[in-house]
Ligand binder design. Structure first.
Ligand code: PTT
Ligand code: SF4
Length: 611
């Protein structure tokens, strides 16, 4: 089909075998790209394996919009079986590698096997090389990027891991361009387990589109329309950092390991403070609303700030100095650690220390101790070793009641929204296909502006609508969601783009439902096939939000209702045509074109469904 390269590049690091495979039109129509391709490949090829075994695969997946001349198209999905969660894991990263992969003639790159020694992979159009990388091993992501650019020139796309991935820290991610980050569920560690330090992509071809002239015309219009949007100027000034004030005002700013939703010192961390110290902007390729806020951190190095990082490495761990938080963020980028999970692990350690569950003295907001603890994560020393496995595993290690305030769903640490009184957002975290990420449905904005106290069915309907659009279609197209969400750019642009690219009519509503639901149900089946113990409880947020009210702010004294949450979850399953154990039924899977998936899911799955 036009708009696709129609090729998958497969590289096996164990034996150096390289193959170029055709991708059928059925796959393109049925799964669209990005997350859809990744979910299909993982379902077909990565079955019941240890995420760190050489049988796991890393999938770099693009969609038909990737690398096109249109706004915000410089992104790709990286996916794998997650070592943090044991289920499906992916992340969406802005990188030149996405454009170059398509220009090199591939929609997807699959890396499998394991190299005997550290290496990096270089894809240059037809030529694929596995290059010795021992000299890069141990380098941080900034150093390694410089070395690789020095050697191979600047016109390349680089995806790389830091010491976090090398040391198999389970929340290590993948970094590109010194500040773009993706693959929260430990995808950097999967690369590390393969001795793969980096992937470099260079491509010189073009994407075979149906009507390039029409696309150029639409793109030109799109770029200027974005600049004219009402919120554009403010967005350029603060980007996602505008959320600090909003979250504090609405008592959902994660504070002290999500115990509270307001932070006394939030003004030290907010968008206004950012503007005072901001030195520049950065962002993904093909974007004219660049949202990476550059500041000088407390060691005078450049650091790129987003709301999530600042909340999790700020209020959540009691930090009240933006430059110091920026340094923690820079360290996370250098080491290739997911800043959200890192902030959650640090908060967990602080609370464990405060409660006397561990001998280490790890005080809230103690900058030096925090920096030392981060280095211990990498070195595998002391409590650092325990939290390097993520908060779920850490709570299993230290026991007592710590599971109640280990802030994760399905093993993925919760991103930066406290849900003591946001039932729809709690459900969003709990049903997100990678674990507790906000990417699939940031419903909290709508929820707070309507009725945050309600547990009505309309919230569940809205959640599924958002998941279909964002987690379903945008992740398959791989395009950045922010212009649509933050600037109200208009989803109707997407069918126009798709029609110019593929020559086929693209029915937005139908695609959201059919493709979005197919991908969601397949990923759900993947979780069930891969985890004997999977059950309804995995779709619950942590006990803290049900049992332990905030002690300050306008939500003081309030919690989620377990009974009402459970009702919402039942509606959620019903609306997805899954059974009340959270499992897609055979009929649902067949209706979604996934014949055979039910049998395989059940044949692998152990004990829970018979109870
Ligand atoms: C994403 C997650 C996010 S989401 C943030 S801030 W955010 C954190 N950023 C990190 C970072 O930085 N350094 C680091 N060491 N770890 C980090 N972990 C966290 O990772 C990112 C933007 C952002 S900034 C958001 S919301 C949007 N996310 C999108 C998405 O998920 N899908 C999509 N189609 N478009 C999106 N657009 C926006 O992209 P993960 P990026 Mg990221 C320094 O991948 O695994 O989903 O984690 O990609 O290029 O950095 O852009 O307030
Ligand atoms: Fe990247 Fe931000 Fe632009 Fe999206 S809005 S493409 S995340 S720079």
């Amino acid at each position: 089909m036009k708009g696709y390269c129609g090729k998958l590049l497969r590289v096996n690091l164990s034996d150096g075998k390289v193959s170029k495979e055709d991708m059928s039109e059925d796959i393109q129509l049925g799964f669209l790209g990005g997350r859809g391709f990744a979910a299909k490949l993982l379902w077909d090829e990565v079955k019941r394996v240890d995420p760190f075994s050489e049988k796991n695969k890393v999938i770099f997946s693009t969609g038909p919009l990737t690398g096109q001349a249109i706004p915000n198209s410089g992104k790709m999905v990286i996916a794998s079986k997650s070592p943090l969660t044991g289920g499906y894991g992916d992340g969406n990263i802005g990188t030149m590698a996405s454009l170059y992969l398509r220009r090199a003639g591939y929609d997807v790159l699959v890396v499998e096997g394991k190299s005997k020694e550290p290496c990096y992979l270089m894809v240059e159009d037809d030529k694929v090389s596995i290059i010795r990388g021992s000299a890069l091993w141990g380098k941080n992501t900034f150093e390694a990027q410089d070395i690789l650019e020095e050697k191979h020139g600047k016109n390349i796309g680089i995806l790389l891991i830091g010491p976090g991935g090398e040391k198999l820290v389970r929340f290590a991610n993948v970094i590109s361009q010194k500040g773009r980050a993706g693959g929260r569920p430990g995808l950097g560690a999967v690369m590390g387990s393969k001795n793969l330090k980096a992937v470099i992509v260079k491509g010189s071809g073009t994407i075979p589109n149906y009507n390039d002239n029409k696309l150029k015309e639409l793109a030109k219009k799109g770029y200027s329309e974005i600049k004219e949007k009402r919120n554009y100027d403010f967005w350029i000034r603060q980007g996602t950092m505008q959320a600090v004030d909003w979250c504090n005002e609405n008592a959902c700013l994660p504070t002290h390991n999500f115990r509270e939703g307001v932070f006394e010192f939030y003004k030290e961390l907010n968008g206004e403070m950012l503007e005072r110290i901001k030195t520049g902007r950065k962002g993904c390729p093909m974007c004219n609303m660049q949202c990476g806020n550059i500041v000088n951190d407390s060691s005078n190095m450049a650091s790129e700030l987003d709301y999530e990082n600042v909340a999790m490495l700020g209020s959540n761990i009691g930090m009240k100095n933006l430059r110091e938080t920026a340094l923690l963020n820079r360290i996370a980028d250098e080491l290739g650690l997911d800043a959200i999970s890192l902030g959650s692990c640090l908060g967990f350690a602080m609370e464990a220390s405060e409660k006397g569950l561990i001998p280490e003295k790890i005080r809230w907001g103690d900058f030096q101790i925090i920096k030392d603890l981060i280095m211990d994560i990498i070195k595998g020393d002391g409590f650092g070793k325990i939290i390097s496995q993520g908060v779920r595993a850490a709570s299993e290690t230290i026991g007592k009641d710590s599971f109640r305030w280990a802030m994760h769903v399905k093993g993925l640490e919760i991103s930066a929204y406290n849900c003591h009184v946001s039932p729809a957002m709690a459900l969003s975290y709990s049903t997100c296909p990678v674990g507790a990420a906000h990417k699939d449905a940031w419903i909290i904005g709508w929820e707070i502006s309507t009725d945050r106290f309600s547990y009505g069915k309309e919230k569940v309907e809205k959640l599924i609508e958002l998941q279909r659009v964002r987690g379903g279609i945008l992740e398959c197209l791989t395009i950045c969601r922010l212009p649509f969400v933050e600037l109200d750019f208009g989803y109707h642009k997407i069918p126009e783009y798709m029609e110019a690219i593929t020559g086929n009519r693209f029915d937005w509503e139908a695609s959201c439902k059919e493709i979005g639901d197919r991908v969601y149900s397949l990923i759900r089946a993947y979780w069930i096939r891969e985890n004997n113990q999977f059950n309804r409880k995995w779709d619950y947020p942590p006990d803290r939000w049900f049992e332990e009210p905030q002690s300050q702010g306008k939500l003081k004294g309030m919690t989620l209702s377990r009974e009402k949450y459970d009702q919402m979850l039942s509606w959620y399953y019903e609306l997805r045509s899954w059974d009340q154990k959270g499992m897609p039924t055979e009929e649902t899977l067949i209706n979604l074109g996934l014949r055979g998936v039910f049998q395989e899911m059940m044949s692998q799955h152990g004990c829970w469904w018979s109870d």
